[in-house]
Design a binder for this molecule. Sequence first.
Ligand code: NAP
Ligand code: ZN
Ligand code: ZN
Length: 350
Amino acid sequence: MTQTIGYAALQQDAPLTAFSFERRELRATDVQIEILYCGVCHSDIHQARNEWGGSTFPIVPGHEIIGKVTKIGDAVTGFKIGDSVGVGCMVDSCRTCPDCHDHQEQFCNQASFTYNSPEKQTGVNNYGGYSKQIVVNHDFVLHISDKLDLAKTAPLLCAGITTYSPLKHWNIGKGDKVGIVGLGGLGHMGIKFAHAFGAHVVLFTTTPAKAEDAKRLGADEVVISSNTEEMQAHQGSFNFILNTVAAPHNLDDYTLLLKRDGILCLVGVPDQPHPSPSVGPLIFKRRSIVGSLIGGIKETQEMLDFCAEHDISSDIEIIPMQKINEAYTRVLKSDVKYRFVIDLSSLEAV
Ligand code: NAP
Ligand code: ZN
Ligand code: ZN
């Protein structure tokens, strides 16, 4: 075991504080990583505050991890000491079920998530990336190209793959009109990917002040979602809308904007249910409401390589670990441009 330090929520509603703990002894197929940067996802806040229920405390959040390999187990292939690597939302899965077989480990019933989830072999609660060091099975470690800026790459491990995967799955490309709802961590990556895939991109926001940034990020149009006239002007015109909002709201406002056979894809996970969607808008144009969860490891690597090739990364605000509670408050006010990333050099090693 190696002693390390991180930041944890020791109980529900407690602010995050410094927390010392042990990482497991390296197994033959494990990679030990010195964490350099970790993104701050809204899911970290939901879980640290037990908003989804079932959180196990203490929680060391963080699943947008970037670091350098410091040690490898005897059977590790594909990584060497000094490599730049990433770890996202998952650290293990059963490897034999149909989902694992199809490279969709995120849907495996035995998937082991990076934190607030039991480790597969021992059942011990996993601790995430708000820490100096982590040990992860090599099959769940991603390669990071030298072309990418490490801090700006951290958010790709969750916000990136969560938006890339549904846009790919539903074949978004040239000729499609795509809506992105909410300009936060996920939303800003959704705009970048939809734009890179050649779609006409419309951002829906509750914050008029974000309109200029949205255009710089790749949106062709911006709609203020509280403006009924602006919303109605787009009725029946979208192929696909990706909804990243972390709060309950009326989904009918968006289903009505879809064309025949259009798709509203939910990736935001509010703590309370959305009001039930009306059936009318769904049946008359055969519209669908679907959901999507991060993406598999193979697709995450594909997304990272796509970003290296097309010079795509996240727009970030770097913070020291000690500022995490302020960062949470700002995320909850939709006041982040557009992802906080923790610089772990701000924490003293133990
Ligand atoms: P975020 O940075 O807080 O962004 C959410 C955005 O939603 C805000 O910036 C804001 O954008 C908009 N918004 C917030 N409150 C709103 C409200 N009451 N009504 C309408 N719009 C509102 O959060 P994030 O990190 O992108 O995560 C978004 C959600 O996705 C969270 O629930 C998170 O848990 C979930 N998530 C899901 C997956 C998955 O695999 N499905 C993966 C990661 C995260 P505007 O100011 O532009 O309106
Ligand atoms: Zn996340
Ligand atoms: Zn499986």
